[in-house]
Design a protein around this ligand. Structure first.
Ligand code: DAH
Length: 352
């Protein structure tokens, strides 16, 4: 009987060594430890043994059972580990790989540049004043000292919204941000007509002109207007502020120059050039070999404009300026066609 138990154990261990998966494992358990397995038959045959043999065989059979059970448990662990290793190897799911990114957009290059300009003036104490895009002839032109039929209107081809019954005061799309000067001054002076407060603002936003669309002209473009009004403001303040702006925007060592110009709403008027930041002033195609780039118009606010805003020109003076962020970007990045800005081509937009 003991010999038989040894054989049972040996056979069971041999067949367990060949088990490599879950199904075979279960089959093995039923075959070698199940109700009708040879080992269990030894247990049920115990009663037929003699009193003397019974305890010896019983103990031996128990030992075999415990040994086979623990061998089974060990094998089950090993099979489980092997299956996990196999599935990790076969299934090409790497949970440590980064996920698929969501594509986020970004601000339009013009908006970015607009904000750079505004940020610089904000650091100098200017506030942002947002004015409307749809204007009247009165505010866009007349209050800025362009009377009806004035030749300076030739400079700004206008898109009309409603001209019909309105005579000399049609509704139009603003051709520049300058009419915001009138709105800001009137708003401030309306509250304190006898003692209007000083003003220091920038006015960013879209402007519109009836242009033939070419590489150099568009029907829409942004401007940033500036206005400072107060007592004892001089041309020196204008030069200091705008030169400082140029250094902050284009580099600490950049030189500036002011050239006399004409605008109806400023007197005297000037245009400011910065030293060409592409060639450093040596002369290149961007600055047309001149070494200078024109970046803004400016001047001392015309007395008529101050008056139209509710500010007494005998007591107050002021300066104003206007610049184009698209132009600055075109110069900086050598963009040779203004139509890219509103062409909605991501190959262009993605570069900023
Ligand atoms: N409004 C002018 C234009 O669109 C730009 C300009 C020039 C604005 C001189 C100003 C200024 O405030 O003082 O051409």
């Amino acid at each position: 009987m003991l010999e038989k138990l040894r054989e049972i154990e040996k056979a069971a261990r041999e067949s367990l060594a060949a088990v490599t998966d879950q199904t075979a494992l279960e089959t093995w358990r039923v075959t070698h430890l199940g109700r009708s397995s040879p080992l269990m038959q030894v247990f049920s045959g115990l009663s037929q043994l003699s009193k003397e043999d019974r305890p010896t065989v019983g103990q031996a059979a128990n030992k075999v059972k415990v040994a086979l059970e623990s061998a089974f448990a060990e094998r089950a662990e090993a099979v489980k580990a092997a299956m996990l290793a196999k599935s990790l190897e076969e299934e090409e799911l790497d949970v440590t790989l980064p996920g698929r990114g969501v594509r986020v957009g970004h601000l339009h290059p013009s908006t970015q540049q607009l904000r750079r300009v505004v940020d610089i003036f904000a650091e100098m104490g200017f506030q942002v004043y947002t004015s409307r895009e749809v204007e009247t002839d009165e505010i866009n032109f007349q209050a800025l000292n362009f009377p009806p039929h004035h030749p300076a209107r030739e400079l700004q081809d206008t898109l009309y919204v409603d001209a019909g019954e309105r005579g000399d005061n049609p509704v139009l799309l603003r051709t520049h941000t300058s009419p915001g000067q009138i709105r800001a001054m009137r708003e401030a002076s309306a509250e304190h007509p006898d003692d209007p407060p000083p003003i220091r603002i920038v006015l960013p936003g879209m402007c519109f002109r009836s242009e033939q669309i070419t590489a150099r002209s568009e029907v829409q473009f942004n401007q940033v207007e500036g206005l400072a009004v107060g007592e004892n403001i001089t041309f020196a303040d204008l030069k200091g502020t705008l030169s400082d702006f140029a250094r902050r925007m284009f580099g600490q060592n950049v030189r500036t120059r002011f050239r006399a110009a004409y605008f109806p709403f400023t007197e005297p008027s000037a245009e400011m050039d910065v030293e060409c930041f592409v060639c450093g002033g040596a002369g290149c195609p961007v600055c047309k070999q001149s070494g200078w780039l024109e970046i803004l118009g400016c001047g001392m606010v015309h007395p008529v404009v101050l008056e139209n805003g509710g500010y007494d020109p005998l007591r107050y003076t002021g300066y104003a300026f206007g610049m184009g962020p698209e132009r600055q970007l075109m110069l900086r990045y050598k963009i040779d066609d203004i139509r890219y800005f509103w062409g909605n081509d991501v190959r262009f937009l993605e570069q900023f």
